[in-house]
Ligand binder design. Structure first.
Ligand code: PEP
Ligand code: MG
Length: 356
């Protein structure tokens, strides 16, 4: 067993020496961050902040949604900020000077609100409070038929004044507190440079005010963003491909429903050999990625480019990321060893074909 461990260790070290791709992890708790480092990640490529608004903090999100005046909104955000600051400080500490890409809050607002049926039942009883009634009205108002295509990501940040600012301030304050912290701020679901400009300006202002430096960049996960990457790069210091959403939107498959519904039949029919959510579809999604890498770099040669969709830990997709010239892949902690190995193999495959 000892021999085997040593051999694996030697192979991994060799892969690390030859690979050109950096390896980061998708992690959003200090525990995951520590695990990722043990597996060999040198940074966090995606820290999702959504879960930080669940549990006891739901109450505060409800207050935020129910706020009718600037003052009420301010109060709700002020209550969230110190909690976020300690979330981020803990992750910076766990990553000990390695870069941490924090993505501003992404999924639809209704995911943080009570279920409409439960709430309706409660409102029909005598115990219902005034807040319950107001919440029900808000939940109805925010209801969407296609929430994944609705009010989420940057759209949420632009529509709720102060929400992104609160997160950016918490990131900046946490970075100031933790020595060596290297924050990167990532904006989700951007489709046009105008959305990014608005958030970037405000974020840069807050960073300067706190006196902290951080890269500001964007997810590329909407096809329009990939196709207008040249414009978007003018406002972004880095790109990170969100290939989960990019696959969903390029194919028109719902990432939440489709697999259970009919993918096994699609596999049987030979429409594709493997689900495009598992392994990056080079012909379609891959072309969008290649266009964005090329046009992004043409506009900004020092643009830092990575991937943080699930494909970042899939062997064939890692080869694709290497070939297209990305700087790093980011995947869940348990997939890091495979990503390291494949990044090394991709680099070796390239030298082999060069010398052939
Ligand atoms: C993605 O869309 O690929 C992504 C990384 O973001 P999320 O999965 O959180 O939507
Ligand atoms: Mg996404």
């Amino acid at each position: 067993d000892g021999e085997l461990v040593k051999a694996v260790d030697r192979i991994m070290r060799h892969a690390d020496e030859v690979r050109r791709l950096g390896i980061r992890a998708n992690a959003d708790t200090p525990e995951d961050a520590a695990r990722a480092r043990r597996f060999g990640a040198r940074g966090i490529g995606l820290c999702r902040t959504e879960h930080m608004f669940l549990g006891e903090r739901r109450q505060l999100v409800e207050d935020l949604v129910l706020a009718t005046t600037d003052e009420e909104r301010r109060q709700a955000l002020d209550a969230l900020e110190p909690l976020q600051k300690s979330d981020f400080a803990a992750i910076f500490r766990a990553m000990d000077g390695n870069p941490v890409t924090i993505r501003l809050i992404d999924p639809p607002l209704h995911e943080f609100l009570p279920d409409i049926v439960e709430l309706s039942v409660r409102v029909a009883t005598e115990e219902a409070t005034d807040k319950d009634r107001k919440l029900l009205a808000a939940v109805k108002r925010l209801h969407e038929q296609n929430p994944m295509l609705g009010l989420r990501g940057v759209r949420l940040g632009l529509v709720i004044p102060g929400l992104f600012d609160m997160q950016v301030r918490a990131i900046a304050e946490a970075a100031k507190e933790v020595r060596g912290a290297r924050p990167e701020i990532m904006i989700p679901l951007v489709a046009t440079v105008q959305e990014l400009e608005a958030v970037r300006e405000e974020s840069a202002r807050i960073l300067a005010e706190v006196g902290v430096e951080a890269l500001i960049g964007t997810m590329i996960e909407v096809p329009r963003a990939a196709l207008t990457a040249g414009q978007i790069a003018e406002a972004a210091e880095f790109f990170s491909f969100g290939t989960n959403d990019l696959t969903q939107m390029a194919w028109g498959f719902s990432r939440d429903d489709v697999e259970a519904a009919f993918f096994s039949q699609y596999l049987d029919l030979g429409i594709f050999g493997v689900s495009p959510f598992e392994s990056l579809d080079r012909d379609g999604v891959g072309r969008l990625v290649a266009i964005a890498v090329r046009e992004g770099r043409a506009a900004r040669p020092d643009l830092h480019i990575g991937i943080c969709g699930e494909h970042g830990g899939d062997p064939d997709s890692v080869h694709f990321c290497h070939e297209v010239g990305m700087d790093y892949v980011s995947c869940s902690p348990f997939r890091i060893p495979v990503a390291r190995l494949e990044a090394g193999r991709a680099a070796l495959a390239e030298t082999d074909s060069d010398t052939r």
